[in-house]
Design a protein around this ligand. Sequence first.
Ligand code: 6PG
Length: 467
Amino acid sequence: MATAEIGLVGLGTMGSALALNIAEKGFSIAVWNRTASKTHDFVAEAGSLADRITPTETLAEFVAAIAAPRAIILMVPAGQAVDDQIEALAPHLGPDDLIIDAGNANFHDTNRRMRALSHPFLGIGVSGGEEGARHGPSIMGGGPKQHWDRVERVLTAIAAKFEESPCAAWLGEEGAGHFVKAVHNGIEYADMQLIAEAYGLMRDGLDMNAADIGKVFDRWNEGPLQSYLTEISGIVAGTDDAATGGPLLDVIVDAAGQKGTGRWTAIEAQHLGAPIPVIEAAVAARNMSARREERATLEDIYGPGPTRIAADTLPLETLENALIAGKILCYAQGFQMIGAASDQFGWHLDGPAIARVWREGCIIRSAMLDDMATALDEAPGRSLIAAPFFADWLKKTHADLRAVVAIGAGAGIAVPALSAALAYFDTMRTGRGTANMIQGQRDYFGWHGFARLDDGTKDRHGPWAED
Ligand code: 6PG
């Protein structure tokens, strides 16, 4: 009988958690998975929530179990699997049945699907990992607003709440939701890299053990750096390994994985001409981390890089301030990139609304995001680093960012994201930069033209002196 209020395809980790969350919030849900045994195991383990879950074995049975006009969430791996799943579902669907891709899709794919499909389609970014999906993710909606309105009740009910306010919102047309999710992930990469660099300075520079480093993160999590990522870094550093009895962190291979969303953000930033150097540095750092053999060879050639730092030259408060500055600068870049995309694609993205959606549930949730929402509300198009609240923070912390980058450079400890943050700050606070030299070079070798400062004229040329 077609009674389920919503359907969900794909009972992997995220799909299962989301389906349980939907059932727990009182909605009846039909589920389907490619392997039917997984569907049955899922329902068997759903406990009292099983009453609201309809397991189905074929797509025809699945679609028939959902009340029309249907809403179907896809939770399948991004890429070809989404296209395949849509193709398999399509013959069973009515013209008004809505497909919602809740995976980490590339927003270009979402744009393409939205244009090509005859069915209503939404692309929503869902953040918060398994725990978030189960108990309250952050949800970034994109696509035609009237389709979002059809499922808003379910999506806001299952979303994380920040002081009662759901962290779920329709953000814009087309692939806007997946685009914002990709920027979220870019910031996630950058924030994680900044934390990893602080860890490196403490481990290699200050010779601190993992447990002590964990305590520092725990302490920082009670101040301005309070965030999910700071919190879990404390837990990660403080965990012992059952096999060796030593810190688990010490036996983890130093090569970071990535599924690609941070890379997409860096690529898209180039298309948009949006400077996001901290995020780019974080993506590059993951790529460098993966080259373990090459790094070992180079260590043999050049000798070990890091040297010890005297504790009194790097007080932990200085490091904390550097992280605060780095974090503000990287979020500022992310929001500016969102603004650039909004202009480019005509999406009218609402920066403050995005900051509000990120306040709870997602991986980058942090105390600072509430202040960012307020700062963006005051002047939506303005860079966060020009907002008085964050300018005050940067005035207090940028000298420490500079000190930490200098200490890292002096000790041979790589701090690419912190360095990128500092270079961005120094570049953007310098009214008279050095690109006049680049314009001179371009005109010299290619007659590309330059604008003059003195009389405001454009497309001027040499003559240049002969050598
Ligand atoms: C989230 C995360 C999630 C992402 C993982 C792993 O918001 O819940 O961003 O969507 O898939 O964090 O990403 P990487 O494998 O690229 O590190």
